[in-house]
Design a protein. Structure first.
Length: 364
């Protein structure tokens, strides 16, 4: 009986020892996690965190819990979550930053955040989104998305086509309509994006839309702008046909094109550079979509902005976003190398900033 009692005490003592050792290990692990060097983790993650603060002016932003309600950021493309952004979008933003720092391209990559730029940026305050319009890159559909988000219509299908571009009726305020302080707050805190496509293909689209098809009954392109370009840039003055692509290219590539641009006013938005439209080196955008990959980019943008559960991007017809190399080469086949080089010199910033390759026919 005594032997049995001793063995019982020995087992209890052994169990107690194991329990003490176990508790010591747990406490040690807790201490390690609690006092782990935060700089090590922060330094490790720093290259993957992209700032959402514009370069227009540094604005002090208080901690999130103290932000005014109207400027609480939404969506998932802000610093805390950017480490989960797909690699392709991070690479685009990294390329943009690197080219913006290239002093040799400064004149082609930088522009003032003027009223012209602020007029291009549409605002959705309800969901804290800024969208910079880059015409001839599927912007009509994005404007429809924002119109629905702003509450003017309950669905994209309900929006009449003549309302989309009527800025008095479509419920889309421009950033330029706000005070300076309100502009700065939105530029610093809102989700910002725009879409690009191959610069030369975009120019072809603008030429066809405005001077060949003219689908929206905008007579000034054919009857005012086209004659102005022809008078200045057509070599054979005896020709009576309408504006040709060669005339258009010669006008765009002229280093002194601005004197005509002033006469044409805001109509030039269909063919000026992305730099002039959106100031991508001055405004820090959250996402840059590409027309060529819009099938993937559109859902990503909606998700990153935190609105994918509220609206969908309209269905994209098959093949419409694919880069048409044959078409581009055909349009430029009758253009002199001198005029093509001058055109590329003007749009080189757009090619470099957004990763588009210099056209092969320019290299041959």
């Amino acid at each position: 009986w005594l032997t049995s009692d001793n063995m019982h005490h020995q087992w209890l003592l052994l169990a107690a020892c194991f329990w003490v050792i176990f508790m010591f290990m747990v406490a040690s692990k807790f201490i390690t996690l609690t006092f782990k060097d935060p700089d090590g983790y922060g330094a490790k993650q720093e290259p993957l965190i992209l700032t959402a603060v514009t370069k227009v002016e540094e604005v002090h932003v208080p901690e999130e819990k103290h932000w005014p309600e109207e400027f609480q950021p939404t969506g998932k493309a802000f610093p805390g979550n950017l480490i989960r952004q797909p690699l392709v979008h991070m690479e685009r933003l990294e390329l943009l930053r690197n080219v913006c720092r290239d002093t040799a391209l400064r004149d082609l990559s930088h522009t003032a955040v003027s009223k012209f730029v602020l007029d291009r940026i549409f605002v959705c305050d309800k969901h804290k989104i800024l969208f910079c319009q880059t015409p001839k890159v599927g912007n009509t559909q994005w404007k429809k998305v924002l119109i629905v988000l702003n509450g003017a219509f309950s669905s994209i299908e309900e929006i009449p086509e003549n309302i989309v571009h009527d800025h008095e009726k479509n419920g889309l305020p421009r950033l330029s309509s706000f005070s300076d302080s309100e502009i700065k707050k939105r530029l610093n805190l809102y989700f910002k994006f725009f879409i690009v496509r191959d610069p030369f293909e975009r120019l072809i689209s603008a030429f066809k839309d405005k001077f060949v098809h003219n689908p929206r009954f905008e007579p000034w392109y054919r009857h005012e702008i086209a004659p102005g370009i022809i008078r200045k840039y057509r070599k054979n003055r005896t020709e009576t046909k309408g504006l040709q692509f060669e005339d258009f290219v010669r006008y765009l590539g002229d280093p002194n094109h601005r004197w005509l641009d002033v006469q044409f006013g805001d109509h030039i938005i269909h063919w000026v550079t992305y730099v002039e439209l959106c100031a991508p080196c001055e405004i820090t955008y959250s996402v840059i979509g590409h027309h060529e990959t819009l099938e993937d980019d559109a859902p990503y943008i909606l998700k990153a902005a935190g609105i994918d559960h509220l609206v969908s991007y309209p269905t994209i017809p098959p093949g419409i976003t694919v880069y048409n190399r044959t078409k581009v080469e055909r349009y430029f086949s009758g253009i002199s190398k001198r005029d093509i080089r001058r055109l590329y010199a003007r749009f080189e910033g757009d090619f470099k900033l957004f990763g588009y390759r210099e056209p092969d026919f320019l290299l041959n």
